[in-house]
Design a protein around this ligand. Structure first.
Ligand SMILES: NC(=O)C1=CN([C@@H]2O[C@H](COP(=O)(O)OP(=O)(O)OC[C@H]3O[C@@H](n4cnc5c(N)ncnc54)[C@H](OP(=O)(O)O)[C@@H]3O)[C@@H](O)[C@H]2O)C=CC1
Ligand SMILES: O=CCCC(=O)O
Length: 291
């Protein structure tokens, strides 16, 4: 199967290499061309523009930073829309809001193409090992066609119905994720400042009812001040912002998520946006009691 792939950031690089390792022919494009080199070394071809990739491939996958990037790659000059036509499939795996997804869907389908949104749960390592959770919605036939690729990229794919439902599900999941990361950060600092060994806290948490892979995976790195990015903090803040907007639209009060969003905004203002979202810990460390 031949697929196009737009966006070779942390996720796109890992996912496209994974497809290549599993026998897919892949044509890639990235705004910063040099990021294609590593994927080309694994056997990918390069398209000069998103439009060229779509022209050459029946199905094109994208995973880009945010709504602005997702829209730009479709609607701008040399974008996806210029070559979408009957029989072409476009799958956007970026984390965006449902409005962005619906706008892209309408444009693609108005030209005879097929559209599926398929944001993912899971981070850099699951992307490398094909263990993502795929939250698809939109064109069911395109979903069925993409299942062989999804089986390589993920451990489980969900088809959630109409376009927008995948985006919403992803935002709800990441709203919880971001809120939990803030509570976890506060707990680590509280343990240390109150005279406990925070490594003991990690051990206690890991044996109890709120044990989870995130505490287990990120906790030790956070205690070492290692915030090398798997999931960039700027993207987590974008997801909190979009989830809060979804809360507004639906009249859902989310004070915990709102506070978490403020902490991520603070972290961005401290220049931590490109670090892992666990760097929100630094905002808790800022506040020291004066005697
Ligand atoms: N990292 C993670 O753990 C996860 C991330 N996600 C989501 O996946 C998406 C990608 O994340 P990730 O790979 O981490 O992000 P990165 O920041 O590593 O990569 C972002 C990608 O988007 C491209 N891009 C940004 N702006 C534009 C633009 N205006 N036009 C064209 N391309 C653009 C970048 O190109 P360039 O290289 O030129 O900057 C790059 O390819 C995001 O929506 C994120 O929320 C979902 C699950 C997990
Ligand atoms: O969107 C990113 C999710 C990161 C994760 O699930 O660890």
């Amino acid at each position: 199967m031949e697929v196009g792939f737009l966006g070779l950031g942390i996720m796109g690089k890992a996912m496209s290499i994974n497809l290549l390792k599993n026998g897919f022919k892949v044509t890639v494009w990235n705004r910063t061309l040099s990021k294609c080199d590593e994927v080309v070394a694994h056997g990918a071809s390069v398209g000069a523009t998103p439009a060229e990739v779509v022209k050459n491939c029946k199905i094109t996958i994208a995973i880009l930073s945010d709504p602005a990037a997702a829209l730009s790659v479709v609607f701008d000059k040399d974008g996806v829309l210029e070559q979408v036509c009957n029989g072409k499939g476009y799958i956007d795996m970026s984390t965006v809001d449902s409005q962005t997804s619906c706008k892209i869907s309408e444009a693609i389908t108005s030209k005879g193409g097929h559209f599926l949104e398929a944001p993912v749960s899971g981070s850099k390592q699951p992307a490398e090992t094909g263990q993502l959770i795929i939250l698809a919605a939109g064109d069911k036939a395109l979903y069925e066609e993409a299942v062989p690729a999804f089986n390589v990229l993920g451990k489980k794919s969900f088809f959630l119905g109409q376009t927008g439902n995948g985006a919403k599900m992803k935002l709800v999941v990441n709203m919880i994720l971001g809120s939990v990361m803030n509570a976890f950060s506060e707990g680590l600092v509280l343990a240390e400042r109150s005279g406990l060994n925070p490594h003991d806290l990690l051990d206690v948490l890991d044996l109890g009812g709120i044990a989870n892979p995130m505490f287990r995976g990120k906790g030790p790195a956070m205690l070492r001040d290692d915030n090398s990015p798997a999931f960039p903090l700027k993207h987590q803040q974008k997801d909190m912002r979009l989830a809060l907007a979804l809360g507004d639209e639906n009249g859902v009060s989310m004070p915990v998520a709102a506070a978490a969003n403020e902490a991520f905004k603070k972290a961005r203002s401290m220049g931590l946006g490109d670090l892992d979202f666990s760097a929100v810990l630094e905002t808790v460390k800022l506040h020291k009691q004066s005697s």
